[in-house]
Design a protein around this ligand. Structure first.
Ligand code: MN
Length: 136
């Protein structure tokens, strides 16, 4: 989406922070979109890792919510590419991990993610986490 087209002003307008949610599951995207919209938080969605990376280069998100299992490159690889890219590496990333998959958390933290949330997502926990990053 074009930031100029929705009246928010110049590209990368810092007054309009948003969440980038990289997730292939439609139901999860709809759920998170609803929860965050209830707090007036803008969510931009990407259905796979490569389009998420492309989106990040177009318009810088305040925080990325990153699913692990994605149809093209997985979340760990997305994170590695974010941290390996000078233009993207400062962007906070929250990994969404299934609570049973403890190994995933360690791998993500080692790879440089800032936080993680357990699936199934809890609305209040999600809101608190996202607002912390939006407030900077
Ligand atoms: Mn997935």
């Amino acid at each position: 989406m074009s930031p100029a087209a929705d009246g928010t002003g110049a590209k990368g307008d810092l007054r309009a922070p948003f969440v980038l949610y990289i997730e292939d599951n439609f139901h999860n995207r709809r759920l998170v979109g609803k929860i965050l919209a209830s707090r007036g938080i803008r969510v931009v969605e990407a259905e796979d890792g490569l389009s998420g990376l492309r989106q990040m280069r177009q318009e810088r998100p305040a925080v990325v919510l990153l699913d692990i299992s994605l149809p093209d490159i997985d979340g760990l690889e997305v994170l590695a590419r974010i941290r390996g890219d000078a233009a993207l590496r400062e962007i906070p990333v929250v990994a969404l991990t299934a609570s049973a998959m403890h190994g995933d958390r360690e791998r993500f933290l080692a790879q440089g993610c800032d936080d993680y949330l357990s699936k199934p997502l809890q609305a209040l926990e999600l809101i608190a986490m996202v607002e912390r990053y939006l407030e900077g």
